[in-house]
Design a protein around this ligand. Structure first.
Ligand SMILES: Nc1ncnc2c1ncn2[C@@H]1O[C@H](COP(=O)(O)OP(=O)(O)OP(=O)(O)O)[C@@H](O)[C@H]1O
Ligand SMILES: [Mg+2]
Length: 492
């Protein structure tokens, strides 16, 4: 289906995808009364308190009963059916509001992020991030200054488009077995929690200028034992780090710090990493790409054959069509980012490069020094005419990329050779040292033996003495020769 089939209508903040057809309605039934609330935002479910300020200032847990709230999925293209997991999440969050369980604002993060509760009130079911509460958006609850030019906190993003990017990351996180639209229920390769766009009306959000319906992303809440900021990376399984690296490279993620990877121990005690917060993925430029995992040793291990198969199956053109099908009229620059990062990932992986080597090419070493991918893009741009087609530009970039990657490989081989030579020399000098030591010891022993013999023989038998000296120097020559032996015979 083409994007022409998608009906669009303008909405506040005008992000490039917006609602329009509510194919599945989850509108919650109104419930009686309306109480004034003050909401605390504790980090864990156990601590959740729904509270109202009583006259005496004592905070008492209390349910909030409202008659004016709603929560509905935003469906741009009715043909793009919501997966069951997403429908369940939306209904649970809606039931939670209906049961009087208000959204609980997270203390963490720079934007407004709200834990949505289920009907029982002892479980979070989703995390809602309204567009107008993003960092530097007008209703940001942390009081961050407004963006002067509409640009988001990271280069190449716009304020009010974070939710689109959150949803895009889920849609593009294809399961190992196939593309997301073919098997919507399955967990994706990187495990981005199910995410969808919703509109929600509730007084518990930040409404400095009157209560209005908010649009934003709703992501399934994932039970966790903290984030990667809470623990050293040594115990993270290699495959877990690799799956995050594949996602981040594809999406050119500009916000992959440790706090945006949750961590959970599964029933066997194995650590599972859960990527969250993709509001700054697919930027229009590579300037702000940041990958925390670059500094983790797992990123320097080669990709497994399973991961390589997954990378081989990726197709940027299909991904772009898929996002359009779901209603994101993405600008050319965003589509280009996805094309370039997918190309780099595929070409790099095909050549046996590690996540570190590929990711490193996408990140700036310093604020002002362009990354290799930025340089490659510039080179390709210079090589084609300004009005050239996207396909021609990508062909030029493909050539430039091949050249740089091949150069990197040969450099790596040369470096490997250098490292090999250095190691060999170190080994040789160590052996020489040992040989030297042995020789000295043997000479001392020899000397000792000679003295004893001279004592015993009363100074007789000069010929025997010289033969002993001769054999000692022969041994010495042998030892010296062996320490000078050809490198091949010394390196095992
Ligand atoms: N799917 C999820 N499951 C469980 N907890 C979550 C989930 N998504 C977010 N959180 C929690 O909410 C916090 C804020 O969410 P998030 O990181 O998405 O917000 P943010 O404001 O965009 O953050 P940042 O400052 O990193 O840009 C997270 O640090 C995490 O503790
Ligand atoms: Mg975050």
């Amino acid at each position: 289906m083409s994007s022409a089939d998608v009906t669009l209508s303008p909405v506040r903040n005008e992000p490039s995808m917006m609602p329009l057809v509510h194919a599945n309605s989850f509108r919650a039934k109104p419930v009686e009364k309306n109480f004034e609330l003050s909401i605390v935002a504790p980090p864990r479910v156990d601590d959740v308190k729904r509270v109202i300020e009583a006259d005496d200032g004592i905070v008492q847990p209390r349910k909030q009963l409202l008659n004016d709230f709603s929560l509905e999925p935003v469906i741009v293209n009715p043909k793009a059916e919501l997966p069951e997991v997403v429908k369940d999440m939306v209904s649970s969050a809606s039931d939670g509001l209906r049961s009087g369980n208000p959204p609980v604002r997270s203390r963490e993060g720079t934007g407004g992020a709200y834990f949505m509760q289920g009907s029982s009130g002892n479980k979070y079911v989703g995390v809602f991030k309204p567009l107008d509460e993003e960092p530097t958006a007008e209703n940001n609850p942390h009081g961050l200054p407004l963006s002067p030019n509409g640009e988001g906190l990271k280069k190449g993003t716009k304020v009010g488009e974070g939710a689109l990017r959150e949803v895009a990351a889920y849609i593009l996180d294809h399961p190992k077995s196939g593309r997301r639209y073919m098997c919507g229920e399955e967990m994706g390769f990187a495990g981005v929690p199910p995410t969808t766009m919703i509109e929600c009306l509730h007084p518990g959000f930040n409404h400095p200028n009157g209560i209005k319906t908010k649009i934003g992303s709703l992501q399934m809440f994932t039970e966790n034992d903290g984030s990667c900021e809470d623990m050293g990376p040594a115990s993270f399984p290699v495959e877990e780090v690799h799956k995050i690296s594949v996602l981040d490279i594809r999406l050119a993620n500009a916000d992959r710090h440790g706090g945006n990877i949750l961590m959970r121990k599964d029933e066997n005690g194995k650590i599972v990493l859960i990527p969250i917060d993709h509001g700054y993925s697919l930027p229009e430029s590579f300037e702000d790409c940041t990958f925390e995992w670059l500094y983790w040793s797992q990123a320097r291990k080669p990709y497994s054959s399973e991961t390589l198969d997954y990378i081989r199956s990726l197709d940027a053109e299909e991904d772009i069509s898929l996002l359009k099908f779901h209603g994101w009229k993405m600008p050319l620059e965003t589509a280009r980012t996805l094309r370039i990062s997918t190309m780099l990932l595929k070409k790099g992986a095909e050549r046996g490069l590690t996540a570190f080597e590929i990711g490193n090419m996408m990140c700036r070493e310093t604020l002002t020094k362009k990354s290799l991918v930025e340089e490659m893009v510039e080179e390709a741009e210079e090589a084609v005419l300004p009005e050239t087609s996207e396909a021609t530009f990508m062909e030029a970039l493909s050539d430039v990329m091949d050249y740089h990657l091949d150069e990197l490989i040969s450099m790596r081989e040369r470096e490997d050779m250098n490292v090999w030579v250095v190691r060999k020399m170190e080994k040789k000098s160590k052996e020489k040292g040992e040989a030297e030591k042995t020789r000295q010891e043997e000479e001392e022993e020899e000397e000792e033996r000679k003295k004893n013999k001279e004592k015993k023989d009363g100074g007789e038998s000069n010929s025997e003495g010289s033969s002993t000296r001769a054999s000692a120097s022969a041994r010495q020559r042998f030892l010296q020769r062996s320490s000078r032996e050809s490198p091949k015979s010394q390196v095992k």
